[in-house]
Design a protein around this ligand. Structure first.
Ligand code: FES
Length: 100
């Protein structure tokens, strides 16, 4: 497992971008339903989804207002049509890890 951040690094209802060496950046989302990790880069362009608006489990891209279901990565708002890659997160002792 790869350490990503502390749960407390991510505000409730918000997201944090995690830059990792030699792989695309990730976004850690802290939602009422738990911690979710997705790719940070929108599948429509190069926007950082951790800078998007989050509402009811959906993140809205800051560039063209496309949207994704954070838990599934399913696009749910035009112009996004390509699913967002989701990753398995493990939370242990207040720390967020990527399960690989
Ligand atoms: S870059 Fe995200 S909707 Fe266009």
């Amino acid at each position: 497992m790869m350490y990503l951040c502390e749960v407390s690094d991510v505000a409730e209802g918000a997201a944090k971008r995690i830059d990792l060496p030699e792989r695309p950046p990730l976004a850690v989302f802290r939602l009422p339903a738990g911690i979710f990790v997705t790719d940070d880069t929108c599948t429509h362009g190069l926007a950082s989804l951790s800078e998007g608006e989050i509402d009811d489990g959906v993140v809205e891209c800051p560039w063209h207002q496309g949207a994704f279901d954070i838990a599934t990565g399913k696009p749910c708002g035009a112009p996004c049509t390509i699913p967002l890659r989701t990753h398995r997160a493990v939370v242990s002792d207040g720390k967020v890890f990527l399960e690989e």
